[in-house]
Design a protein around this ligand. Structure first.
Ligand code: CTP
Length: 464
């Protein structure tokens, strides 16, 4: 249906739609669906709805920054194509360098087309040396980013070897260095690789990921997947962020991800939360200067940079970790905490009983962390909660604001059709005692950046 509608649009509208879809990394049909969904969802009690602010959906924090992207030879090299798009949509100028191995996985033609620049591959190329030369390549960047960084390349970096263009640039560069390792989990765990990574950390190299998950090799899973392009682009933006730090001297505690509530030693109750939104908020608050502690439930994404991350499993563990962080200036409770846990967790695996009905699962209510913090004697000056709803979004968010003692509730519709739970994008309404603000559909990093800025503004207004 959407394709018929698009075909009938006039050329100017079609072009606007094409640009909007490209900017959001979506197909035109998807963009139309989201626009229609947004307009269908908008009727709300008119008196309290503030106009949606007009903002760029992607923060331009890399605007004009020059990133030298070194792609080394691993299967994750295909993700570098998406990474180039993510960097460029944030305004970065991307200059790609590929190792010989990388060229076996993706073509320089594709990389060059996406980067809108030529691709450098050879150390002893008369043409390249005449054009810029490896020293200029190394120095003319604001950031050198290696993604993916293979075990071999990490080893070369740690040892200071320089036998091709990419490794020579690393040695010749005095710019900040960010690497996104990607390899098989057994390789990542190998003592030699861990030694090399530790060396690089001590040398001041910034490292993002790897994350947990399925490997390209069938049946293999574990830590070794390259961090998602969005997360790498956000890490690059934070490293190059020279904005003022309005939250310097402030502390924040953020919860993120799901909780796992044990039934017995092998089974648990959980939900679909990925932790992407909570982790991004923790990182953005840190980027504005706050000292952030992230209390994360079990997730497969990487710990954000510049943030102290504490890993927990259950709601009760999460609550006690949060209370240990008080007093704190800011609390942002993003975790999808399981509302119930099994009463009387079994110490042994519950066995099937032949000819017996399945055991009944008795549930007990978990502590409400946001509500505890919102009414705590050491209540943070600003308490922000989320409301994940599938119906009556605003009414439910308002009642949570009141009941849980929050200053702001970020409400989102998590019906399966929105793709928000576990996805990369989010469309939120921010509910406070002053009314409701509709935010445009944005990626979760952009929602996080805008929320962190809103928090900083509230502190500045309170101090003025
Ligand atoms: N929350 C919490 N502890 C809980 C349940 C929720 O801290 N035991 C927090 C969440 O982190 C979020 C807010 O409360 O900030 C709302 O969570 P949500 O799941 O939307 O609401 P619930 O309180 O669980 O209510 P319901 O499931 O009935 O909507």
């Amino acid at each position: 249906m959407a394709s018929i509608t698009i075909r009938n649009l006039d050329d100017t509208t079609k072009q606007m739609l094409r640009e909007r879809a490209a900017q959001h990394g979506r197909s035109m049909e998807e963009e139309v669906r989201i626009l229609l969904r947004g307009s269908a969802a908008s009727p709300e009690p008119a008196a309290t709805v503030l106009p949606a602010p007009v903002i760029d959906s992607i923060p331009g924090t890399l605007s004009g920054k020059r990133i030298l992207l070194i792609i080394t030879g691993g299967i994750a090299a295909y993700k570098s194509l998406d990474l180039i798009r993510r960097l460029r949509e944030r305004g970065a100028l991307v200059r790609p360098v590929m190792t010989r191995g990388a060229c076996a996985f993706v073509t320089p033609l594709a990389v060059g087309a996406l980067a809108a620049d030529r691709v450098y591959t050879e150390l002893f190329s008369r043409e390249d040396e005449h054009d810029v030369g490896h020293i200029r390549l190394a120095r003319e960047a604001d950031l050198v980013l290696v993604a993916p960084a293979t075990a071999d390349f990490i080893g070369k970096m740690a040892l200071g070897l320089a036998d091709d263009l990419a490794s020579t640039i690393i040695l010749a560069s005095d710019r900040p260095l960010l690497i996104a390792p990607a390899m098989n989990p057994v390789m990542w765990a190998a003592p030699a690789v861990q030694r090399n990574v530790q060396h690089l950390r001590e040398d001041g190299v910034h490292i993002i990921g790897p994350t947990h998950g399925e490997m390209a090799e069938s049946g293999e899973a574990g830590a070794g997947r390259m961090a998602e392009p969005l997360a790498i682009a956000a890490a690059a933006a934070r490293l190059l962020d020279d904005r003022p730090k309005p939250l310097a001297g402030r502390s924040a505690v953020v919860t993120s991800g799901p909780t796992h509530e044990p039934i017995d030693p092998v089974r648990y109750i959980a939900n679909r939360s990925s932790g992407k939104q909570g982790h991004a908020i923790a990182a953005e608050l840190a980027a504005l200067g706050a000292q952030v502690t992230l209390i994360s439930g079990p997730v497969t994404i990487a710990d954000p940079q510049g943030v102290t991350t504490i890993h927990v499993e259950s709601a009760r563990d999460m609550l006690s970790a949060v209370e240990n962080c008080l007093p704190s200036d800011i609390a942002v409770m993003v975790a999808a905490v399981a509302d119930w846990r099994a009463s009387g967790e079994s110490g042994e695996k519950i066995k099937k009983q032949p000819d017996q009905p399945p055991p009944a699962l008795q549930l007990t209510e978990n502590p409400d962390i946001l509500r505890t913090v919102g009414h705590h004697e050491q209540r943070p000056a600003l308490v922000v909660g989320f409301a994940a709803e599938t119906q009556n979004l605003i009414d439910n968010a308002r009642s949570k604001l009141e009941r849980k003692g929050a200053d702001l509730i970020v409400a989102n519709d998590v019906s399966p059709s929105t793709g928000i739970m576990g996805g990369d994008r989010n469309q939120v309404r921010v509910v406070s005692k002053n009314g409701v603000e509709n935010w445009p559909d944005m990626d979760k990093q952009a929602v996080a950046a805008k929320l962190a800025q809103e928090i900083a503004d509230r502190f500045q207004t309170a101090m003025a």
